[in-house]
Design a protein around this ligand. Structure first.
Ligand code: FES
Length: 169
């Protein structure tokens, strides 16, 4: 009798152990299915190397499906608190969507302005509104300066300061 009872106890413990292991494995599988895929994680950040940028030439990058304007200032462009300083150079960086209804403004290098063809809105080379209907400046995306690169999607100290200074909506 005692042997049977011990055997039953052993079987009960073994079954309990397997059940617990199965539960842990199931939890692990559930967590993996909730975590974003590596490709989704990587899509949140975009690194742009600015070392080859030319003055007054607009580069249009892509971040989270949106166009991003990157414009290296030339010496004759006026400075702005919205300037992004990378090394010895100043850049204008913004989401390239008009703040009126979302068209993509074109850069006119001869006058250092962005012109929106949809309803005639204009912005200066710092993204400030020159001519309505856009209600507000071009939007600066979260960024972090990293040597000669900027990382879009990450809030670095320069971006946080702009936010504190009320330059970011
Ligand atoms: S969408 Fe640019 S002015 Fe209307």
């Amino acid at each position: 009798m005692a042997v049977k009872k011990e055997r039953r106890n052993f079987l009960g413990m073994a079954l309990g152990g397997f059940t617990a292991l199965g539960g842990v494995a199931a939890l692990g599988a559930m967590k993996r299915s909730w975590d974003p895929l590596p490709s989704v994680k990587a899509a949140g950040f975009t690194t742009i190397d600015l070392s080859g940028a030319q003055e007054n030439v607009l580069n249009v990058e892509k971040w989270r499906g949106k166009p991003i304007f990157v414009l290296k200032h030339s010496k004759d462009m006026k400075s702005s608190p919205r300037d992004v300083v990378v090394g010895d150079d100043k850049y204008f960086i913004a989401i390239g969507l008009c703040t009126h209804l979302g068209c993509i403004p074109a850069y006119v290098p001869g006058v250092h302005e962005f012109h929106c063809a949809c309803h005639g809105g204009q912005f200066d080379a710092n993204g400030d509104v020159l001519k309505s209907p856009p209600p507000s400046p071009l939007v600066i995306p979260p960024f972090k300066v990293d040597g000669t690169k900027i990382v879009l999607g990450e809030e670095g100290p320069e971006y946080k300061k702009m936010k504190t200074d009320g330059l970011i909506a």
